[in-house]
Design a protein around this ligand. Structure first.
Ligand SMILES: *[C@@H]1O[C@H](CO)[C@@H](O)[C@H](O)[C@H]1NC(C)=O
Ligand SMILES: *[C@@H]1O[C@H](CO)[C@@H](O)[C@H](O)[C@H]1NC(C)=O
Ligand SMILES: *[C@@H]1O[C@H](CO)[C@@H](O)[C@H](O)[C@H]1NC(C)=O
Ligand SMILES: *[C@@H]1O[C@H](CO)[C@@H](O)[C@H](O)[C@H]1NC(C)=O
Ligand SMILES: [Cu+2]
Length: 226
């Protein structure tokens, strides 16, 4: 089946060109920070948040209203990872991942909605642009966040794709769900794809509106079988 093989390689070729930026959410010390907290990314790149400890989240805000979902201030919907229970995932040898696609070259601001983490500096920026406006820096955003009285979370997760990655294999066979649910814990896995390509396929599936990653992986597997 030359046509399907060609189509498959076209698909894999186009997704593997995509860059994935890993951001650790907290660390071994349960620090209130994203690592890194200031990164550059191109439109179409993926940001894979890896939840390392505690009970944290990632929410998109705008610059002017830190610690508050962007939808409350603009006509953008943003993203919300939901609260990720790292301990529960680790008990199963997994860590929670949440992957979003970069949709703008302009600055995009994120915070953690847990407790007063946002106020305490658990914020980050993608594509900071102090050349356009020196006042709109990550440091200025942190200062503005510190002054907020409330730290607000949307009612439920949306906007990205939540998966759990197996920790012991160094990243093989991630399991996934098509919807960004908190602490998603599907036991299904795909041994044919690496964790990063699973995440990319997951994100690609999300981008093209395929409701289930496993659906797309299934399609790919089916193509191999032809
Ligand atoms: C955690 O804290 C200890 C003691 O302060 C420090 O030595 C270590 O570098 C920290 N680890 C991380 C990952 O921040
Ligand atoms: C995580 O934090 C959220 C928000 O504070 C809370 O509703 C939830 O119960 C916490 N989950 C766990 C497992 O502690
Ligand atoms: C969203 O808001 C921006 C800036 O206010 C505006 O330029 C744009 O047209 C709006 N888009 C929609 C879909 O309403
Ligand atoms: C730069 O950003 C600051 C802080 O948001 C704002 O007050 C100011 O109006 C901006 N300047 C320009 C030229 O847009
Ligand atoms: Cu946090």
């Amino acid at each position: 089946m030359h046509f399907t093989t060609a189509a498959l390689f076209a698909l894999l070729g186009s997704v593997s060109a995509q860059k994935v930026h890993v951001v650790s959410v907290s660390n071994a010390n349960n620090s209130l920070a994203f690592f890194p907290d200031n990164l550059k990314a191109d439109v179409g790149d993926m940001i894979q948040f890896q939840f390392r400890n505690g009970n944290h989240s990632v929410v998109q805000s705008n610059f002017d209203n830190p610690c508050s979902p962007i939808a409350e201030h603009t006509n953008m919907t943003g993203i919300f990872s939901g609260y990720q229970n790292v301990k529960a995932s680790l008990a199963q040898g997994k860590i929670p991942l949440y992957t979003v696609m970069v949709t703008a070259k302009t600055p995009t601001w994120y915070y953690c909605s847990q407790g007063m983490h946002c106020q305490n500096g658990m914020v980050m920026v993608v594509n900071e642009n102090t050349a356009a406006n020196a006042s709109r820096s990550l440091d200025a955003f942190k200062a503005l966040a510190k002054a907020q009285t409330a730290n607000v979370a949307p009612p439920s997760a949306f906007g990205g794709v939540a998966t759990n990655e197996t920790t012991s294999t160094g990243g093989n066979s991630g399991s996934s769900s098509g919807t960004p649910t908190s602490g998603s814990d599907s036991s299904e896995s795909s041994s044919a794809t690496s964790s990063s390509s699973t995440a990319i396929l997951t994100a690609a599936a999300h981008a093209v509106g395929v409701s289930s990653t496993l659906g797309l992986v299934g399609v790919v597997a089916a193509l191999f079988m032809l």
